[in-house]
Design a protein around this ligand. Structure first.
Ligand code: PLP
Length: 423
């Protein structure tokens, strides 16, 4: 089949999610392919942020309990809204902290080295911040990260094989931390299988959901995942520096927070101001201090859209539009030295295409000059994320035509092949 512009236009016409595109601020003459790094602003997210500002204007301190979105309950309310996206009960999710802070909290809470079970298992392709957090947590416990942080090796630099992870689940491992979706290659790890294997060995397992939340469905509770954490500014469109999220399986409710603070209190006890903490019987126990209300509020609107669109529909379109991008790349770009570096099978690929090229850094700069916003991951990856809620098939078609022009005309040669400060 020839993948023509007409084909893209037909796909757009039949797209059951197309009405959501007009909810987002999309710049004219620009194609945004970076929703996996920072999702776009929606009108609803803008509205709920302004409503919180207005509550401040109108109510001052009483905004905590009055006003349109009482701030004292906002983290719990948002947890309830995110719960269906991760497959958890409402009280197993709380919106708090950030990815890295929540990882620190969860490791401080659930990493309990005992006897010969003292090591933490991760993988060598994991996002660096997670590794830094794990190394520092090991040091706090008096262990050397060089011997106590085991990183499962990748066979090809792109993917991690589940078998290799399972083989590394030895009786020296106390805790496993893995990504749901690898940030470079977009590989989905088989969370259900890995969790079952970890549970069977009595090892706790937690997942970093940054690249899957809002892009793919999860069943954390059903799978028996112990805990998870993620950011809300990527596929969930919560805004730059948006407050993160964490999930704790209800079987762990009552486990004292490793890093305690007064916002982890039972709501009705918090203002008793006692000097012993009565933690909430929920994921709320793992909050630390006062929530960042203005970085929480856009999520109220952003998450309404997910509830209306449905995560299963979002996943279906995401698979289809990413497949379309891969098919176009195969059809139109095969002569230019690109390699598709994400998994091809639907069950193994996440929400973005990982396009590899040795000139990737400067091809990205040429894309930007042509009005396409990709992102670059060193040393050789162009990540392109057609997002179900706001990317059209026609845009995907245009991106590939622009790439073809950049390569044919060697437009990238006028740029340096090195990354910017924020890549
Ligand atoms: C984006 C991302 C982070 C970012 O962590 P922050 O604490 O939000 O800065 C961490 N881990 C992964 C896998 C990510 O993709």
């Amino acid at each position: 089949m020839l993948l023509t512009l007409e084909y893209a236009q037909l796909q757009d016409k039949e797209d059951s999610l197309k009405r959501f595109r007009e909810e987002f601020y999309i710049k004219p003459n620009s194609i945004y392919m970076d929703g996996n790094s920072l999702g776009l602003l929606s009108k609803r997210a803008e509205r709920t942020l302004l409503e919180s500002l207005n509550d401040w204007k109108e109510h001052g301190i009483d905004g905590w309990t009055n006003g349109k979105h009482p701030w004292f309950f906002l983290s719990e309310k948002l947890g309830e809204m995110i719960a269906p996206l991760v497959g958890a009960a409402a009280n197993e999710v709380i919106v708090t902290g950030s990815t890295t802070v929540n990882l620190h909290q969860l490791v401080a809470t659930f990493y309990k080295p005992e006897g010969t079970r003292t090591k933490i298992l991760a993988d060598e392709l994991t996002f660096p911040s997670d590794i830094y957090a794990l190394q520092s947590q090991l040091r706090i416990h008096g262990f050397d990260p060089d011997t106590h942080l085991i990183r499962v090796k990748s066979r090809d630099g792109r993917f991690i094989e589940e078998e290799d992870i399972i083989e590394a689940m030895t009786d020296e491992i106390a805790l496993i931390i893995l990504p749901t979706v690898l940030y470079r290659s977009g590989q989905i790890l088989d969370m259900k299988r890995l969790t079952a294997e970890a549970n069977r060995r009595g090892i706790l397992i937690g997942f970093d959901g940054c690249h899957s939340i809002g892009a793919i469905p999860h069943s954390f509770s059903e799978w028996g995942v112990d805990f998870a954490y993620w950011c809300n500014y990527k596929h969930l469109n919560g805004g730059p520096g948006s407050v993160g999220g964490l999930y704790v399986n209800s079987k762990h409710f009552g486990t004292a927070p490793g890093l305690a603070g007064w916002f982890g209190s039972k709501k009705e006890k918090q203002f008793d101001m006692e000097h012993y903490l009565t933690p909430a019987d929920s994921a709320g126990a793992y909050q630390i201090g006062t929530p960042h209300v203005l970085s929480l509020s856009p999520l109220l609107g952003a998450l309404e859209i997910f509830a209306e669109a449905g995560i299963e529909n979002i996943r279906a379109k995401s698979l289809n539009i990413n497949q379309y991008l891969m098919d176009l790349i195969n059809q139109d770009l095969h002569d230019f030295g690109f390699t598709i570096g994400n998994p091809i099978d639907d069950i193994r690929r996440g929400g973005h295409v990982s396009l590899e090229h040795k000139e990737a850094a400067r091809i990205c700069k040429a894309l930007k000059e042509n009005g396409v916003i990709p992102d670059f991951r060193a040393p050789n990856i162009i990540r392109l994320a057609p997002v179900a809620l706001y990317t059209s098939y026609t845009e995907v078609w245009e991106v590939v035509q622009i790439l073809k022009k950049i390569m044919t005309e060697k437009q990238y040669e006028k740029f340096k092949n090195e990354r910017e400060v924020v890549a």
